[in-house]
Design a protein around this ligand. Structure first.
Ligand code: ZN
Length: 266
């Protein structure tokens, strides 16, 4: 056996061909932003105290990157410094939405607290929302080569069982070939997360999930993201605000006497 030169031993980078991309910043309708801060204001005036609340960011299914509206689900438990999200609540909420509206993330308030960060609880919530949202924001991102060590190419009807003992993967073709590349689709999904405070501040992150269809390789990453507010022509009217007041009264449930074990901060 002879070495065919050291360059042959260097493993080349797997081939990756881009097919699409994921949003690197958040676009939100001014209407949706105004609605979120209005909810905080209403929570404060109805319950005479600031509480955390959470809602979902909504988009048209044809424009999943743009937050067009904010939806308020029935919040399980609103404390001054803790909001929890259950996956059942997300599914229930999606069921009630029009067919062309999707959830593309979530938004929550830290109320009067000046805690302008995402807490550990927030990160767990975000993963719960990402799990649900991923299938709706999914798109092909790339075709990527699966590097197969010891690929054996066999010809249909011309191999014997013994040939299958060789190699890690057998590729059976209908014509003789000497080389093959296997390319798999890598799908990408995203989910937005926004946190706001009564004083008008906001911070936002995007979570990404990439899954390769054949190898099953999955990665989850996140980053702080810029946000751009856009005027979509829709304004938060007095009628909207009055309907929102009823909604807040019905869906936000302050619990001023929580059991000790649920007192996780933010
Ligand atoms: Zn939080």
């Amino acid at each position: 056996m002879r070495f065919k030169g050291l360059s042959r031993l260097k493993r080349p980078e797997p081939l990756r061909i881009a097919l699409g991309n994921l949003p690197q910043r958040i676009v939100m309708a001014t209407y949706a932003k105004d609605k979120a801060f209005k909810i905080s204001e209403l929570v404060g005036s109805i319950f005479e105290q600031s509480y955390e609340w959470y809602g979902f960011t909504l988009a048209h299914k044809d424009r999943p990157e743009c937050i067009a509206d904010v939806g308020l689900p029935r919040n399980d438990l609103n404390l001054r410094d803790y909001t929890t999200i259950g996956s059942g609540r997300i599914a229930e909420f999606q069921e009630m939405l029009p067919k062309d509206v999707i959830i593309n993330g979530w938004i929550h308030s830290h109320g009067a607290l000046d805690y302008r960060h995402f807490s550990e609880t927030d990160k767990r919530n975000h993963l719960t929302v990402l799990d649900f949202v991923a299938v709706r924001t999914r798109r092909p991102l790339a075709k990527e080569e699966i590097v197969i060590q010891d690929l054996v190419v066999l010809e249909k009807d011309r191999f014997v069982a013994e040939d299958l003992r060789k190699g890690s993967v057998s590729l059976i073709t209908d014509a003789p070939i000497t080389e093959a590349k296997v390319m798999e689709t890598v799908y990408g999904s995203f989910c937005f997360s926004i946190v706001i405070g009564d004083r008008g501040w906001h911070e936002q992150e995007i979570y990404y999930r990439e899954t390769a269809i054949l190898s099953g390789r999955t990665t989850v990453t996140s980053k702080a993201a810029d946000i751009e507010f856009v005027d979509t022509g829709r304004l938060l009217t007095k009628i909207d605000a009055s309907a929102l007041r009823d909604e807040v009264e019905e869906k936000i449930q302050p619990n001023t006497n929580p059991p000790v074990e649920t007192m996780e901060r933010m």
